[in-house]
Design a protein around this ligand. Structure first.
Ligand code: BES
Ligand code: ZN
Length: 630
């Protein structure tokens, strides 16, 4: 018998016996998670056996094929294993695994567990005694949840485009990995794409295209799997300062550079607050409008929606936010998705500090006031839905999609908790504390309890009465908004409260009253309108005077369209349709589809629009919309 056949046969036997060993149903998943939980190890959303082995470095070699909409090639993991460890369990989702080999090239037995809709499949690899590296050859599915493959007509130019979105647990749909935020690894990659395109990653990036279409990447600082990122398209680069720049399709590049002219200033301000930027270069990649989020903090290369290009820099706090993640999140990382508020709450706090430094206190107060309004709405909505526990900062997302934790509780309640600490201990002490926190815990995972212990030890224990006044446990493990939240006051927005008093009684709004309004004034006004008192005449007046339906600021449009749907203001419907088809940012889509789905007629119309729009949406967005319309 030829040796290959023997190896093949042996493998088949192994695979079969492993198959029998695995119970191959969702119980297997649950048991694995329960065991991990009991041991205090592992991650509630990963199959990985983290207590036995850590995959500490990845070498990727992937070919990008726009015809089949697949990535295929190899991922080699360098392992750090316990002596007793005899298997490696990785997370996968919709991956076709061709072969697994160890360092010396001999094949390893492997099996795929039962499919779970959200968590995917465990890939269990039998580890030979001395194996330090494991090479997996695989192909992604055209439906890979992290990836969006765009046809040329879905971009600003004439070339196709590919981008990834790995957070929270979608990395496993393009790289077999220990898909848990508490695990950090370094990586290198070779990406082969069509020669007229540029490939970029969350790594050291090329600045221009080459003729071969082969690009090599290195990420020498350890990152979590949710920060793995790849984009391929007709992209160009322009510098915005010492260590910053913008990538975009040529048609979008100058507009983006203009919008982000304060970026270098933001980096410098952030460093002045909480210590050096540890990642070398900071660039922003402006994606096509189907990008499902506002921004994603992929290390060295923030991914951003083009819907923040308002033309007046009024939406650039999003860049401050993603930049701030270079400390809160990318350096000090939430250990599990239950600790998500540690990433986002800290980042919103930090973002506001950057914004305050650059644009002043009054500006920051407007943002904070708007944030407070959003928090109140979110908490009300969650309470109504019987999800009071989801208004705690520390979440219990076990057996749930971590996406369910993506609410303003993590962002805004998290930020206000930090503001509460600041207001009690004073800014100077709090800033010193945060700087020390980011420095001492850099490149480490952080759990909620770890943070509370750190806070006590390095700040509160030294100040008498601090713990009792701040009540950290109430903030973290309790519902709603604690009563000791500091008051927010924005004089600019207080003036709008006065205007709203008359408007909500059927009054008018004049051009004179709004002449110095910026985006944030408008958002505050629109959110303050009492819908039950709003007349059709007032809608028409607003639209005629201020051209709201034909506006170009995506945030204002979204708030205006919400009102238009509630009031069935049909004049706006063609524009709403265009918006729903042209933009894939989930934060804008879900509230609009939800409102449409409230009536039979609206729902039917929404379904019609969705059929047209869906091919342009990323999986993250269309799955949420499908849930709404079902
Ligand atoms: N990391 C998040 C985006 C995210 C969170 C994606 C969880 C998937 C799962 C990013 O930093 C973010 O918060 N983006 C916001 C913008 C921000 C200014 C609030 C967004 O996309 O709207
Ligand atoms: Zn964020």
């Amino acid at each position: 018998m030829n040796p290959n056949t023997i190896v093949g046969l042996k493998r088949t036997i192994w695979v079969f016996s492993l198959f029998l060993l695995c119970t191959c149903n969702s119980k297997e998943y649950k048991n694995n998670m329960d065991t991990n939980k009991r041991a205090g190890l592992g991650d509630p959303h990963s199959f990985a056996n983290l207590d036995e082995v850590i995959a500490g470095h990845a070498s990727l070699d992937l070919k990008v094929d726009f015809n089949t909409k697949t990535l295929s090639g190899t991922c080699t993991w360098t392992l750090n294993r316990r002596a007793t460890c005899d298997s490696l369990v990785l997370d996968t989702r919709d991956l076709t695994i061709h072969n697994v080999y160890q360092d010396d090239g001999t094949p390893c037995a492997f099996s795929l567990g039962a499919k779970h809709e959200t968590f995917g499949q465990a890939l269990t690899i039998k580890l030979p005694k001395n194996a330090k590296k494991i090479l997996i050859s695989y192909t992604t599915s055209p439906e890979a949840a992290a990836l969006q493959w765009l046809d040329p007509q879905q971009t600003a130019g004439e070339d196709p485009f590919l981008f990834s979105q790995s957070q929270a647990i979608l990395a496993r749909s393009w790289v077999p990995c220990q898909d848990a935020p508490g695990v950090k690894f370094t990586y290198d990659a070779k990406i082969t794409c069509p020669p007229n395109l540029l490939a970029l990653m969350s790594a050291e990036n090329p600045k221009e295209k080459n003729n071969s279409g082969v690009y090599n990447f290195k990420m020498e600082q350890a990152i979590s799997s949710y920060l793995l990122a790849l984009a391929v398209g007709n992209l160009e680069f322009k510098s915005t300062g010492r260590n910053s720049g913008v990538y975009a399709e040529p048609a979008m590049l100058q507009k983006s550079v203009n919008e982000f002219e304060d970026m270098q200033h933001m980096i410098d301000s952030a460093e002045a607050l909480y210590g050096p930027y540890k990642w070398g270069q900071y660039d922003v990649l402006v994606l096509p409008p189907s990008f499902p989020f506002g921004g994603m903090e992929n290390p060295r290369l923030t991914f951003a929606t083009p819907t923040i290009l308002a033309g007046d820099k009024s939406l650039v706090s999003l860049i401050a936010h993603e930049l701030a993640h270079s400390w809160s999140g990318n350096l000090v990382t939430n250990k599990t998705w239950n600790d998500f508020w540690l990433n986002e709450g800290f980042t919103v706090y930090f973002e506001q500090r950057i914004m305050e430094k650059i644009y002043g206190t009054e500006y920051e107060r407007m943002l904070t006031t708007l944030g407070f309004g959003e928090l109140q709405n979110t908490i009300q909505r969650l309470n109504k839905a019987g999800k009071r526990k989801d208004t705690h900062l520390y979440l219990n997302l076990e057996n749930r999609d971590p996406d369910e934790g993506l609410t303003d509780v993590a962002y805004e309640k998290g930020r206000f908790f930090l503001q509460t600490i600041e207001s009690f201990v004073g800014r100077k002490k709090f800033d010193n504390f945060l700087k020390q926190y980011f420095t001492e815990n850099a490149f480490k995972p952080m759990s909620t309890q770890d943070f509370l212990d750190y806070l006590d030890k390095h700040l509160l224990d030294t100040l008498s009465g601090a713990e009792d006044s701040i009540k950290p446990h109430m903030w973290v493990y309790g519902p709603g908004i604690p009563g000791n939240i500091p008051k927010v006051k924005s004089h600019a927005l207080d003036k709008i409260d006065n205007l709203l008093l008359t408007f909500n009684k059927g009054g008018n709004l004049t051009k004179k009253e709004t002449q110095d309004w910026t985006t944030h004034h408008w958002l505050y006004f629109l959110r303050g309108i009492e819908l039950e008192n709003l007349s059709n005449k007032q809608m028409k007046m607003l639209d005629t005077n201020f051209q709201l339906t034909n506006g170009s600021n995506a945030e204002i449009l979204c708030d205006w369209f919400k009102i238009a749907i509630e009031k069935e203001y049909k004049t706006a419907y063609p524009a709403i349709r265009k918006f729903l088809i042209g933009v894939g940012r989930r934060k804008f889509l879900t509230p609009l589809y939800e409102r449409l789905a409230q009536t039979e007629e609206g729902k039917a119309w929404a379904k019609e629009v969705f059929i047209e729009a869906k091919p342009g949406y990323h999986a993250v967005s269309y799955q949420s919309i499908e849930e709404i319309l079902e």
